[in-house]
Design a protein around this ligand. Sequence first.
Ligand code: CAA
Length: 394
Amino acid sequence: MAKVLEKQIQTFKLTEDEKLLRKTIREVSEENFKEKAREIDKSHRFPRENFDLLASLGITGLTLPEEYGGGGMNYISYAIVIEEIARVCAATSVMLAVHLSLSSIPIYKFGSQFIRDKYVRKLAKGELMGAFCLSEPGNGSDAAAMLTRADDKGDHCILNGTKAWITNGSQADLYLVIAQTNPELKHKGVTAFIVEKNMSGVSFGKLEDKLGIRASATCQVILDNVQVPKENILGNVGDGFKIAMMTLDSGRIGIAAQGLGIAQASYDLASSYAKTREAFGKKIITFQALQFMLVEIATEIEAGRLLTYQAANMYDQGLKFTRQSAEAKLFCSELATKASNKAIQILGGYGYTTEYDAERFYRDAKITEIYEGTSEIHRIVIAQNIIKELGDRT
Ligand code: CAA
């Protein structure tokens, strides 16, 4: 344990490569995503060109192995990239997060040689965009209660059902679909499939009209007698629930990083505004009431970043990190809402208008408390893990 902690402490001093990556991705994001973030939020336009730019820079395959065209980088690098993109455009950050951590990585990790050869290089290069289909109109938090069915027909399965709230929705090319293959076995009868967009019977619901991350394309994915070859099963029949849970464990680190990016953007905006705005003959940053708000957010951003890096570092080391990713996601998502709320408060009337980005940050922040597991689910996951750890000690 001491060794693990020692290693974590060393890793939290970012390496020169990680520092360079942060600087580069910050510059790329500010130059290419920042200015249009407000416009695409307003017009509800999916910025595919942002994905293509990230692909041209090797970011769509950042943590995939080099032999499959990826960048071979660690998960802390992934967290850095998501945070920096979210700092300017949360919708772009979730487009990448879902493509990489909820789709490309599990397709590589659990895929057969056939699957790896067929899909991973194209995902890494951004020639294919991935999505993850678990939730349904009637179930979200209770993931095992899915109704989507996959019936065994010999060399293929027939999938029927509707998946809901799918990030990258109709814009993706490849879907990691979790479906029930044996309802009597409940979660043990669940299997993961790779479904291609152009397979007959795949269609999409309307674009959801959301409070925030409005440039992210969210819709239902409808599967109507879709014939999926058995080679497209990820892992073994019956592994699907565990694959989904393990995928979400690492995916949640990305949402923690997204929350951090929104919190940092809120803090940056509020502190720079407070330095110039005057009231009662003084800059408002000289008032202790405002200083206390900013101090609290600045401290919690540091804490959230450490939680996020800790979870990412444990992932990189192959340790069990379910509790740590849940803690990072819970803390950073609630921080994003709190920080953006405070930013509006500090900007006052201006913060409540679309003249400034504070209101967009506030709207974007809320979803981080909901997707990839609500804050309530995370409190349950953390409690279950604490109880287990206490049990292991006796
Ligand atoms: N890793 C590996 N296995 C795990 C696991 C994990 N993190 N968590 C659970 N399991 C295993 C358990 O060990 C158990 O296995 P056995 O039967 O072999 O013992 C099995 O899974 C069932 O576990 P539980 O009894 O704990 O399962 P449950 O039905 O009570 O559900 C839950 C647990 C944590 C609440 C889970 O349903 C959950 O995470 N819900 C939230 C779902 C979610 O996050 N949805 C987000 C949708 S995706 C999204 O938002 C993407 C997007 O587009 C942005």
